[in-house]
Design a protein around this ligand. Structure first.
Ligand code: PLP
Ligand code: ZN
Length: 357
């Protein structure tokens, strides 16, 4: 039976419960038994939700790229309706919110998740209160406001914004891309698409930017389901990429810790992954260890160089979205993977979002 399951007290709640965390305060995961017939997908895509809130998103191109003599594949997730991969999660989460007949939600974000929740909220006529750090990209804040969401600018760090939102979530449903497990049911489609586009095979490794892990954990869920259904042999190695200036997961990985280390709120051009205290940090580290992956860091100079090099090939991404490709190059420099390994990353956000930068 499908259910929401608490990661702390193991309590089970029905999928239709209008909750975003357990009574005990614990993080919720979704358990269910996936069923997929690749042959049927080719004929007719399955309809996952009775009344989806959708803009026809998904199935972004999987493009071969060469950077500093390194060859890899990248999902062009900057091409989503709101310009980032966060639409994967927002489409599923806001479909669930609409089905539950919830009329008002709160969400906090460095910008892109806020854009996605606000856009899908607008389509479903759900009132969205979006909390953002006041110093983040003005383009993202303008985009959130354009969708008609109520924008709350919070001075200080990303953590200050998260704290303000948790307080607001005492009274409203928290459409969180971190806490809410339905968001990960959307981001897991990244793994399904990669496999389908590779002829129902998994790559050897995936290299993904990681702040709160909404893409990396979604990918982990998707690949695990594909493995459990016997469609792929094994989960690819999951390699997380953090900014040198804010790397609680990379530090924990290096030190062999199960929980992220405490870091100072940091200065980095990669605002999307400047997360000092990732709520699902333990889960992220577990998923990486289970796949024999790793977490590495890239500095702002490397991000700027890769952002520029991609633009020279026609691919305009925001600084945070250079982290995946920069991580692939780093993986090669460090010799983490055997030569000839197939590696897939994502261009997670559009360059038009950060024109001021
Ligand atoms: C462009 C971009 N890439 C990657 C990420 C990282 O996502 P997560 O924090 O869920 O790991 C974000 C998050 O906001 C983002 O905006
Ligand atoms: Zn619980």
């Amino acid at each position: 039976m499908s259910a929401l399951v608490c990661t702390e007290c193991q309590a089970r709640h029905p999928l239709t419960a209008p909750i975003w965390r357990c009574r005990c305060g614990g993080l919720l995961d979704i358990v269910h038994t996936p069923k997929l017939d690749p042959a049927a997908v080719a004929k007719l895509p399955p309809t996952p939700h009775a009344q989806p809130i959708t803009m026809g998103e998904g199935f972004t191109p999987l493009l071969p790229i060469k950077l500093e003599r390194v060859r890899f594949l990248a999902k062009l997730d900057q091409l989503f309706p709101t310009g980032s991969f966060k639409d994967r999660g927002a489409a599923v989460l806001m479909s669930q919110v609409a089905a539950l007949r919830i009329r008002t939600v709160v969400e906090d974000s460095s910008g892109n998740a806020g854009c996605a929740i606000a856009a899908y909220g607008a389509r479903a006529r759900i009132v969205c209160h979006i909390y953002v750090p006041s110093a983040n990209s003005p383009g993202k804040l303008a985009q959130i406001a354009a969708y008609g969401a109520r924008l709350h600018r919070v001075p200080g760090t990303r953590q200050n914004t998260a704290d303000a939102t948790l307080a607001a979530a005492e009274k409203a449903y928290y459409a969180s891309h971190v806490w809410n497990p339905f968001f990960f049911e959307g981001t897991k489609t990244w793994a399904y698409e990669v496999c389908e586009q590779m002829g129902w095979r998994a790559p050897d490794a995936v290299v993904l930017p990681v702040g709160n892990g909404s893409l990396l954990l979604g990918a982990a869920i998707g690949f695990r389901e594909l493995r459990d259904m016997g469609i792929i042999g094994d989960v690819p190695r999951l390699i997380g990429v953090q900014a040198e200036g804010c790397a609680p997961l990379a530090q924990a990985y290096k030190q062999g810790l199960a929980e992220p280390t405490l870091v100072e709120a940091a200065q980095t051009v990669a605002e999307g992954i400047a997360i000092a205290a990732p709520v699902r940090g333990r889960q992220i580290l577990e998923a990486i260890h289970a796949s024999r992956g790793t977490v590495l860091t890239v500095d702002d100079d490397a991000l700027a160089a890769v952002q520029h090099a991609l633009a020279q090939q026609g691919l305009y991404v925001e600084p945070t979205a250079a982290a995946g490709p920069a991580g692939v190059v780093r993986v090669r420099q460090l010799g983490v993977l055997p030569a000839g390994a197939t590696v897939v990353t994502s261009l997670t956000g559009h360059g038009l979002k950060t024109l001021h930068a």
